[in-house]
Design a protein around this ligand. Structure first.
Ligand code: NAG
Ligand code: NAG
Ligand code: NAG
Ligand code: NAG
Ligand code: ZN
Length: 602
């Protein structure tokens, strides 16, 4: 008996050990299996998906880098590995984390009722490296030329005892339209500060379309050409250069190229800031070959902390589309794309260099300038199109927009074989000043208008002075552009560093058409209030529409199962709070590919 019992208990011990071991392995397996699944839920259904089928939901669940499920509590509980908890009352799912954390159970985070979760935000038009560059010596706050000069002097004084007075001093951000008299500054203004005398100084205007240099720079250049195609050397009444170089004339200034280390520093500054503001993808609006190589290296090494969509740029009349390979979902996690090119049709309104059909209201002897002869632009655009590149053309003035729409119309007519909206998606960047016919033509042709709402609220102080009331009525016409768009898209951007990196400024400007202090030339209802976007339209412009403009609407841009797990959590509901409270919202977490890259979810 004893023996048998002994045998039996040995057998039981064996079998129970085996069972325990198997259970342990099973639990481990469950732990492993479930550890990459998690969900964020909101009792207030403050998850805005930008998906028409289910615009607001309780939960979004992630598996690894992608979205696993989107829906209300009941929907999520039908999906593995949440199903075992389906017997619980639905709302209980949200409360579990506050009780116990079983490691094998998918983790569920509960948002505070004031918070919201939206798809990762995109900036459809920005200048990543320039933004870091401007951060070194920013001149945005200068109220006059004298002010700007003083800022430069203070910067030079603060440099660690650098005796190398032959090195260049570079800054960015001045805006003479905000200064008394609204006149361009001059080289001589910079000599007012003794410490700047004889120094090589180059200061880029806030919009990147003009540079202000010191007398030493003028001397170093020596003889200047009489005229510059697509640019202007500003001269005084005696024909002497004043120190302002506009658009293509900026190429005459021999500023040294940036080293890779400097570029890395500029990049780091911008991306750190971008993630804090909830950006998960950025369209870089003119990427030189050196920068393409730089981004590519980061992508290869898996060190690209954000999604980038590049618009390659070479200032050249020669076609270069075959010299640089396109990059599609390139690098670790496919975060890098290069399939668009940037071309500049004209300059900017601030420096009277946007190309107009009839003269400027406040400068009757000029209609601005074109940076390419129309036939050269046409040849370039059609060649890029033929080689599979998207074209993104900078157009501010009504003439620039007209010329490029003509080229696009012609190209589309001639190309009946391919599906334009599937393979080309031609873009116009800014699309500021449009004749009523061209406003309609954008929609009819399916040309994507890539606009920056803060451009409207910055320009509103002087746009009427430049173009007069009649032309203004169909300019900055964002609601009309969206309304007429055959693709129903209006991607939004900031053009940073021209404007802030914080996309909430664009959201606020789009829905209010007011300055930050709540005013506008047309009062508290906003500047041309008919052109305001709804909040849903603005959010879609910063997510889905931007993705569409980058051929990525099946990958990012809304919260739909199978898309990348890119999202942002804000501490207040920007979709419903009073307008005056929108800008007070703070990002508490930013996630890219399912990884929290800024802040935290608690
Ligand atoms: C910026 O540089 C710091 C220090 O090297 C690094 O820890 C951080 O991850 C970088 N951030 C980005 C966005 O590249
Ligand atoms: C239009 O297409 C024809 C035939 O493919 C081609 O020969 C011609 O150069 C094209 N014209 C333009 C303006 O692209
Ligand atoms: C063109 O492509 C778009 C998007 O891929 C698709 O929705 C549309 O039906 C296509 N049109 C034609 C005529 O094939
Ligand atoms: C939108 O389109 C409709 C019909 O085409 C038109 O009547 C309306 O005025 C448009 N709205 C705006 C803001 O352009
Ligand atoms: Zn730009």
């Amino acid at each position: 008996m004893d023996r048998r019992h002994g045998l039996d208990s040995k057998g039981a011990w064996f079998w129970s050990s085996l069972a325990a071991g198997a259970a342990f392995v099973w639990v481990l397996a469950q732990t492993r299996q479930a550890s990459d699944v998690w969900a964020v839920c909101s009792r207030a259904r403050n998850i805005y998906t930008v998906d028409d089928e289910r615009p607001r939901v309780n939960c979004v669940a992630m598996r690894g880098t992608t979205i696993l499920a989107v829906g209300d509590y009941g929907d999520i509980l039908e999906v593995e590995p949440f199903r075992p908890y389906a017997y619980l009352p639905h709302a209980f799912l949200a409360w579990i984390p506050e009780f116990v954390q079983v490691r094998s159970r998918p983790r569920v985070y509960q948002l505070a009722d004031d918070s919201i979760l939206v798809p990762g935000l995109a900036d459809a038009h920005a200048h990543i490296i320039e933004n870091g560059y401007m951060a070194r010596l920013p001149l945005k706050d200068a109220e006059s030329s004298k002010d700007a000069t003083a800022l430069v002097a203070a910067y030079v004084r603060a440099q660690p005892s650098d005796p190398d007075t032959a090195s260049w001093v570079e800054g960015m951000g001045w805006d003479h339209t905000r200064w008394p008299g609204a006149q361009f500054p001059t080289a001589l203004d910079l000599d007012a500060e003794p410490i700047l005398k004889g120094r090589l100084i180059s200061l880029t205007r806030v919009d990147g379309h003009a540079r202000w240099v010191s007398p030493a720079v003028l001397e170093s250049i020596g003889d200047l050409p009489e005229t510059v195609d697509g640019g202007v050397v500003v001269r005084d009444e005696h024909g002497m250069a004043t120190g302002i170089f506009i658009d293509n004339a900026m190429d005459l200034i021999p500023v040294p190229p940036w080293s890779e280390a400097l570029m890395a520093d500029f990049f780091n500054r911008t991306i750190t800031e971008s993630l804090q503001y909830g950006l998960t993808s950025i369209h870089d609006a003119d990427t030189s070959p050196a920068r393409i190589a730089f981004f590519r290296k980061l992508a290869d090494a898996g060190r690209l902390p954000i999604r980038l969509y590049l618009m390659g740029y070479i200032e050249s009349n020669e076609y270069w589309g075959r010299g640089i390979p396109r990059l599609l979902d390139y690098g670790v996690q496919g975060r890098l794309n290069l399939r668009s090119v940037k071309l500049f049709a004209d300059g900017a309104l601030g420096s009277w260099s946007a190309s107009l059909l009839s003269p400027y209201t406040d400068l009757q002897d000029t209609t601005g300038l074109l940076r390419y002869a129309p036939d050269v632009l046409k040849r370039l655009i059609q060649q890029f199109h033929a080689d599979g590149w998207q074209t993104s053309v900078h157009c501010i003035g009504d003439r620039a927009n007209q010329i490029v729409l003509d080229i696009y119309e012609d190209t589309i007519k001639n190309d009946t074989g391919s599906n334009i909206s599937a393979v080309w998606r031609p873009r116009i960047e800014h699309a500021v000043m449009l004749t009523p016919q061209d406003l309609e033509r954008f929609g009819r042709l399916g040309v994507i208008a890539s606009v920056q709402p803060t451009q409207a609220t910055t320009d509103m102080t002087y746009a009427e002075t430049r173009m007069g009331p009649e032309r203004l009525a169909t300019s900055y016409a964002y609601q009309s552009l969206l309304n007429s768009s055959s693709n129903h898209v209006l991607p939004l951007g900031s053009d940073f560093p021209v404007e802030s990196v914080n996309p909430l400024f664009g959201f606020y400007a789009a829905v209010t058409r007011l300055s930050v202090d709540g005013s506008s030339p047309h009062g508290a209802a906003g500047w041309f209030p008919d052109q305001r976007l709804t909040r849903a339209q603005a959010l879609k412009g910063m997510t889905y529409d931007a993705a569409y403009a980058a051929f990525a609407e099946n990958v990012i841009g809304s919260l739909v199962p199978g898309k990348k797990a890119d999202f942002v959590i804000l501490d207040r509901d920007i979709m419903t709070v009073p307008e005056s409270e929108i800008l007070g919202a703070k990002v508490t977490a930013t996630a890219i590919d399912g990884e929290i890259v800024y802040g935290s979810i608690s």
